[in-house]
Ligand binder design. Sequence first.
Ligand code: A3P
Length: 325
Amino acid sequence: NSHLIEKPTEEHDAVIATFPLQPFIERPFTFTHPFRLYKGVWISELLLRGILEMQQRFKSRPTDIYLASSPKSGTTWLKAMIFATLTRTSYPLSQHPLHTHNPHQCVPHMERKFATGQSQIMEVIPSPRVMSTHMPYSLLSEFITDSDCRIVYVWRDPKDVLVSLWFFVQKIMGGADKVATFDQFYDLFCQGVHSFGPIWNHVLGYWEESKRRPEKVLFLKYEHILQDPVKHAKQLAHFMGCPYTEAEENDGVVEQIVELCSIKTLKDLDVNKGGNRATSDGPISHAHYFRKGKAGDWKSHMTQEMAERLNAIIGEKFKGSGLQI
Ligand code: A3P
């Protein structure tokens, strides 16, 4: 039954090798796989493999919910929030799976699963499925064949995304001396060379779509959620079609969900202090996904001049869109 055997990944690798390669820097600024430019987006060779696999085999369902984000924009938090919101009546909150599972184990990252031969997971999740992606809307829209699918998008001040990314790559590669300098990360980021960059296109794509179809695309900002998590938890539940009942609100369920998903709670759980996530980038410790969880940490790592230059680049791209950093 040779026709049933999965396509060898070499086939994708030959195609992937034809896409332009990232600029060369002596020390790494990616996780372990280099970036290639695919349809105007910088994507690691590994995740590109997943995207090409998806093109052959992915089927969306009308009830699907996609969590989309640029890496380091609040994916882990939103995975927890979405998963907890949808499953809040399936378990007593004190015994919720988030106490024993990292949010990334609860919501699969589609292109990574497809890249690593684990795509069957997507077939067996009961509907409504929640899956995450780092693809910009221009790529994701190729996969969503049903206009009923919902998308939750989260973005964040790109300056904090850059700082968060720099720390994350250091943790994965084993220290600051193992990776490019912050100045190099900054210069590449300003050119849009980072995971799923440029970030301005990423944000604008979902922003425009959320204006066209607000009932299907929820556009959230990390800093706004931090300011009022309860309000956003309610908005999320309403958007996903499972609004909180009056009784739930009176019982403080919204606050309990927010508390369960807070960085303070999640960071202190054994599963997130000790556990590892096996990836083809090697094991990634669950702890790496939780650092400060604050707004404005860029102030400790960037000069005012650097901040202004990045703001100006993005401000120019956002011009006329109604979006502001
Ligand atoms: P910092 O490095 O600025 O602290 P992602 O989940 O997309 O990889 O983003 C990681 C960022 O989100 C990190 O930011 C991390 O600390 C923060 N984060 C993780 N879990 C969070 C939570 N429950 N609440 C708020 N922020 C969270």
